[in-house]
Design a protein around this ligand. Structure first.
Ligand SMILES: [Zn+2]
Length: 177
């Protein structure tokens, strides 16, 4: 996995780009939580679930289908998420976790297409240094991981958000004239 905070950045950046009128801060926060949630699967190690098992680390919880399922559940029980747009945002937020994991350079890939295909997948390019499970961020390896995430996730997300917001501003100003 990239470090857990980095997963949260993706939906937060999307919410920033789309704007608070469409994605409320609370919905954005829920997206951030869902984006971090799949790695709760590491708890399986304590119960003897192997990395490569269906419910092992980067298994079913990292699948697109699982993200759709959880987002659907949240949309059902939470009024604020009861729109197709909110559902899509939450599903994207959670699915982005598995997608980011496929860009990392270690461990097993993510079971993106579970339950149809259990194979663990990597993207054709894997520029993100994998974060060791239970990483110590103050080790040189931890710093290396953070740096690669800053370059490959934080900077693009921040650049995109700033660009879109900058492009949007003149239009808003025009509307006020
Ligand atoms: Zn993960």
């Amino acid at each position: 996995m990239p470090t857990i905070i980095t997963h949260a950045i993706v939906p937060l950046a999307v919410a920033g780009v789309v704007g608070p009128s469409r994605i409320s801060p609370r919905l954005a926060l829920a997206g951030a939580v869902l984006a971090m949630l799949p790695d709760a699967d590491v708890i399986g190690f304590k119960f003897g679930i192997e990395y490569a098992d269906t419910w092992g680390h980067r298994g079913a919880t990292h699948a697109v289908a699982f993200a759709l399922l959880v987002a659907g559940g949240v949309s059902l029980v939470w009024k604020e998420a009861r729109s197709f747009a909110a559902f899509l945002f939450l599903a994207f937020a959670m699915a982005s976790h598995g997608l980011l994991d496929t860009l990392t350079d270690g461990g097993l890939g993510a079971a993106l297409w579970w339950p149809f295909d259990n194979s663990r997948i990597f993207a054709p390019v894997t520029p993100i240094r994998v974060s060791p499970i239970g990483a110590n961020f103050f080790s040189s390896r931890g710093v290396e991981t953070l740096l690669s995430e800053i370059v490959w996730v934080w900077l693009p997300a921040a650049t995109l958000t700033v660009l879109v917001l900058a492009l949007r501003r003149p239009r808003r100003a025009q509307q006020q004239d």
